[in-house]
Design a protein around this ligand. Structure first.
Ligand code: SF4
Length: 214
């Protein structure tokens, strides 16, 4: 088995190159929710003009999509008030029925398995298409902050997609490293953001309903 790559080290090395260039690049940031974004936004915003793409037609039901979006908007407002970050937000059309056509063949796959790999790739590919079309300098995804998601796979997907998206550079990351996840939890608690208890799709929603209640 090949050694795991430290993708957050690659992120820090890329930031050094950006500083040396004296430029402030634009970055299209695929974001799934407010809580996951807390630390990555404080990491990225000092270096990039960040636009969030809330591309998450995986989320079921629609009320949950809206609720997570509402919390994300609150976070953007708090970060402007407390850090002075000017973060733009783009919300593509939501279509859970269409999205599920891609996930349905893997309905019984456990969380973290093949269904999730399809889901990471689909959301990242759609977001990367948007970044490329609009001419952003960089693209990355918030999802590497999650301990439930394999950052090696997500970065491999990003690297692969970058071969056909040559205008926009993929920004490698592993936001959970260097205490990133813990710092994110502290920020989430400080802002009292709603923290969802399932990943997002109808399958993870159903799994959540079947969990024993304590
Ligand atoms: S569990 Fe999460 S990552 Fe996996 S398919 Fe569902 S929404 Fe996508």
């Amino acid at each position: 088995m090949p050694d795991k790559i430290n993708y957050q080290k690659l992120a820090l090395e890329e930031l050094e190159r950006i500083h040396a260039s004296n430029k402030r690049p634009s970055l299209l940031f695929h974001v799934c929710c407010g809580p996951c974004s807390c630390y990555p936004l404080t990491f990225l915003c000092p270096h990039f003009d960040v636009t969030i793409l809330y591309n998450n037609s995986n989320i079921y039901p629609p009320e949950e999509f809206d609720k997570r979006l509402g919390e994300l908007k609150k976070l953007i407002d708090y970060l402007k008030r407390d850090y002075g970050f000017e973060i733009k937000l783009v919300v593509p059309a939501y279509d859970n029925d269409e999205y599920n056509k891609a996930l349905a063949p893997f309905a019984t796959s456990p969380e973290g398995g093949e269904r999730c790999h399809v889901c990471y790739r689909k959301r990242m590919a759609e977001a990367y298409d948007y970044a490329e079309e609009k001419g952003y300098d960089y693209f990355t995804t918030v999802m590497t902050v999650s301990r439930q998601k394999d950052s090696q796979i997500m970065n491999q997907i990003g690297e692969e997609l970058s071969k056909t998206h040559t205008r926009t550079k993929y920004f490698f990351s592993d936001f959970k490293k260097n205490n990133g996840q813990m710092i994110g939890v502290q920020i989430r608690k400080k802002y009292d953001l709603y923290n969802q208890i399932y990943c997002g799709c109808i399958y993870s929603y159903q799994e959540m309903l079947q969990r024993p209640k304590h």
